[in-house]
Design a protein around this ligand. Structure first.
Ligand code: GLU
Length: 489
């Protein structure tokens, strides 16, 4: 017997594409519920659609799950006592369940061909209300004879005639009731012996002892059908919790039109997995209605279904950017260098003498995601060269009456002065003194230097940057700029 006193939840993706952020949220809720209750989190791969399920997609989903840190207790790669955890490897369990249903008289073979059904549908037109149950009333012996003769057939569920409304208390949607009369005698096993989606899911959830089915509300209409299958099997129905849809900022269902929709894309753009878990967890759940930064430990101890709302959640990318910025600011330099490594390398950091940990204070408040690093930090790795941004040249260096060349020459002299320690503070104050000497506003003095050294006018703090560079390189950048823009030193 499977114990029902501990929570057993599952995430059951179909490997037909990348892990969508909606799917990731479902996974997070299941995982957090298992952790908060001391239960078990099962990962099951629903790969029965041979055309759309691929091994590659399965790997992409497993990688995304690992990256998010959603460790599963049972499933692919870790095993478990209720395996296998791929539906394609569970065909014998579906066959056994069909045998049980036959013994219980809960199913019947149906020999109607596709053409028969199409004709019935066409004849009924608008009033078609599902299969007319022709084969349900066939004499069992005759049916068996046709099976023995090899006649093609499917197996349908015999929905009880006198079934009252199908009711359940959804942990998110509340009390739900569906009339049983409108339920079709659905196909459970196709003519090739393969199980339909609803049948396979119920068999697995029963055999794996799942106590709570937490999934997207696109499955809400499947639930009454699945309850009929639980009842036919004589199995206990789990608690259902259906999660609302995720909308884009325009109020429409989140889709490719809104930009990135897969976990992998966010990973590639340099969001941290801690932030993604936090952000996605808040799409429909809240800790106390106001806290926004919630770490994994808190999520795993405080998560509960009664704080999940049925209101549609809006995926606000600006909020995500803000939140990821918060995570970057609190991660510290060592972790940052490690996490941001691929983007630092892309910016040119490979082989650089700069201690990358000392770059962190310059940039930690200026980053929303790591793929902004090449644009914002590559100037640190240009050596003695500088790539001048045209707009900054026009606005700062060539600005009428700004005397940018004078500013550059004067600061160059200070920077070349080896008696000044090569540190931010003394260099900055020595340059600042020039404001008085030259009768120039600090902005007019420093902006040209910023453009000459960092290439543009929006770089991280100037003298903190200069301190990280070699003196000869800074001078060479200024000389280059003077030559390029003003025709000489
Ligand atoms: N495999 C289904 C899907 O990816 C999930 C089934 C379920 O959670 O019941 O939509």
């Amino acid at each position: 017997m499977i114990p029902y006193d501990t929570v057993r939840v599952r995430f059951a993706p179909s490997p037909t594409g990348m892990l969508h952020v909606g799917g990731a949220r479902t996974a997070i809720y299941n995982w957090a519920l298992a952790r908060a209750t001391g239960g078990t989190f099962v990962l099951r791969i629903e790969d029965t659609d041979p055309e759309r399920s691929t091994e590659e997609n399965t790997q992409i989903i497993l990688r995304a799950m690992r990256w998010l840190g959603l460790d599963w207790d049972e499933g692919p790669e870790v095993g478990g006592e209720y395996g296998p955890y791929f539906q394609t490897q569970r065909m014998d369990t579906y066959r056994n369940a069909l045998e049980t249903l036959k013994e219980r008289g809960a199913v019947y073979p149906c020999f109607c061909t596709k053409e028969d059904l199409d004709a019935k549908r066409a004849a009924a037109g608008e009033s078609y209300s599902g299969y007319d149950r022709t084969c349900r009333h066939m004499d069992p012996e005759k049916a068996q004879a046709r099976i023995d003769a090899g006649d093609e057939h499917v197996w349908r569920l015999k929905v009880p005639e006198d079934h009252g409304p199908i009711e359940f208390d959804d942990a998110v949607y509340g009390h739900m009731s569906f009339p049983a009369e409108v339920m079709d005698d659905m196909i459970l096993v196709r003519s090739d012996g393969s199980p339909t989606y609803n049948f396979a899911v119920v068999c697995d959830d029963v055999n794996m002892g799942i106590t709570h089915v937490v999934r997207g509300d696109d499955h809400l209409s499947n639930t009454p059908r699945q309850i009929l299958i639980y009842e036919a099997l004589g199995a206990r129905t789990p608690t259902f919790a259906h999660l609302s849809m995720i909308l884009g900022s325009d109020g429409k269902k989140l889709s490719k039109r809104h930009g990135a929709t897969s976990v992998e894309e966010y990973q590639q753009r340099g969001y941290t997995s801690d932030c993604m878990v936090n952000f996605l967890a808040l799409l429909g759940w809240s800790l106390d209605g106001e806290t926004t930064i919630i770490d994994r430990e808190t999520l795993c101890s405080e998560f509960s279904l009664d704080r999940v709302t049925k209101k549609d959640a809006v995926f606000d990318e600006q909020k995500l950017d803000w939140m990821n910025g918060q995570y970057i600011q609190s991660m510290g330099s060592a972790k940052w260098v490690e996490a941001a490594r691929p983007w630092l390398d892309e910016a040119g950091a490979v082989g650089s003498p700069i201690d990358l940990r000392s770059v962190y204070p310059l940039i930690s408040e200026r980053l929303e995601h790591f793929d902004q690093i090449p644009e914002k930090l590559s100037y640190l790795f240009w050596g003695g060269k500088v790539e001048l941004d045209e707009t900054s040249v026009a606005k700062v260096l060539k600005k009428e009456g700004a005397r940018a060349d004078e500013a550059l020459r004067a600061c160059r002299e200070v920077i070349a002065d080896e008696s000044i320690p090569w540190e931010c503070e003394p260099l900055q104050s020595a340059c600042k003194e020039l404001c008085e000497t030259l009768d120039m506003k600090p902005k007019n003095l420093f902006q040209p230097v910023r453009v000459a050294v960092c290439g543009n006018m929006v770089s991280p703090p100037l003298f903190e940057s200069i301190e990280l560079l070699e003196r000869a390189d800074v001078l060479s950048r200024i000389d280059y700029t003077l030559a390029e823009v003003f025709g000489g030193r």
